[in-house]
Design a protein around this ligand. Structure first.
Ligand code: NAD
Length: 307
């Protein structure tokens, strides 16, 4: 059985070596397609493989149709909006992500982004401190929780909203105040750190009204997905309120307009970099390899996202 590692942006060498070791120790064959520039290369590479490991690479219905033997796709990372889940499910193909493996990298970036905005993007002028400010976490999953704990270590007052975590003890244990609505969360947020996944429900859900409800001088920090923002709505709010700030991994579609209108109140990374650490890269790659082997050899479906 063959497992393809298809990465437009390759894994670190150490990760590839580890993946190879795990795949081959299980008696499977590794096929490597790195830095491909054309969809045709991917379509050809998937033709006879049973498993595919990807990063931000797009596994569309067309790719799935071209992969006649495909049984599993593992996205080395958390978000899996780059995989056509419906097309995979239709063929009985299992799709997994590797939750938690890159969370620390993303959480550290989120805190770094807060400091960067609090200190005028490292330009001259009087900045402010994070200590004593309210850090509001929108979605208390793997990344959100780590951001909360790190924020507490910096002396921030941490609050969170996640309607899918019904066990109050999760928040109590971390000393984090559970909020009962999105409205309550934003109204109290000096720093709002976004960690919701991009879904049909959440796309474009953060816009004018929520931004306008934030306290004076608030900063919106987005290490989730640019798609969850209603760009026009947020822009309108930032035009009306000269105290609001927005920092995002990765830049909005309207990045030039944002940069021009808002100067140092806005920053967008040119490329998504939340998970771009050597540690996250290796952790996610190895987990993807283990999960692929676990499914192909033993039928283990832990972390399946298209049940
Ligand atoms: P996770 O699955 O561990 O947590 C997601 C949380 O969101 C869950 O607790 C879930 O209950 C909650 N949630 C889902 N829908 C919600 C809604 N409508 N309102 C409020 N909460 C909701 O995922 P994670 O590892 O914490 O990652 C979060 C997101 O961050 C990912 O979906 C991904 O898009 C993004 N991400 C970005 C980078 C990057 O490089 N910038 C890297 C990793 C993850």
């Amino acid at each position: 059985m063959k497992v393809l590692v298809a990465t437009e942006k390759p894994f670190a060498k150490k990760a590839v070596d580890g993946i190879k070791e795990i795949i081959e120790a299980a008696g499977l064959e590794l096929v490597l397609l790195e830095k491909y520039t054309d969809k045709a290369q991917l379509l050809e590479a998937v033709a006879d493989v049973e498993g595919i490991i990807i990063r931000s690479d797009k596994v569309t219905a067309e790719v799935i149709a071209a992969a006649k033997n495909l049984k599993i796709v593992v996205r080395a990372g958390a978000g899996y909006d780059n995989v056509d889940l419906a097309a995979a499910s239709e063929r009985g193909i299992v799709v997994m992500n590797t939750p938690g493996q890159n969370s620390n990298a993303v959480a550290e970036l989120a805190l770094g982004m807060m400091v960067y905005m609090a200190r005028n993007q490292f330009n001259a002028g009087t900045g402010s401190e994070l200590q004593g400010k309210t850090l509001a976490i929108h979605a208390y999953g793997n990344v959100g929780r780590l951001v909360g704990l790190k924020g507490k270590a910096l002396g921030m007052n941490v609050i969170a909203y996640d309607p899918f975590i019904t066990d109050e003890a999760v928040f109590e244990r971390d000393g984090v105040k559970k909020m009962n609505s999105v409205a309550e969360l934003y109204a109290a947020a000096d720093y709002l750190s976004l960690h919701i996944p991009a879904t049909a429900e959440t796309k474009g859900s953060i816009g004018y009204d929520l931004a306008m409800s934030m306290p004076k001088g608030a900063t919106l920090v987005n290490t989730a997905r640019k798609e969850v923002i209603n760009e026009e709505g947020l822009m309108k709010a930032m035009e009306e309120r000269e105290d609001l700030k927005y920092i995002t991994d990765v830049a909005p579609e309207a990045k030039d307009a944002y940069a021009e209108k808002f100067g140092k109140r806005y920053f967008g990374t040119p490329k998504k970099m939340g998970a771009e650490t050597a540690e996250a890269n290796i952790n996610a790659g190895l987990a993807a390899a283990r999960q692929t082997v676990g499914y192909l050899k033993e039928g283990i479906t832990k972390f399946q996202v298209n049940k």
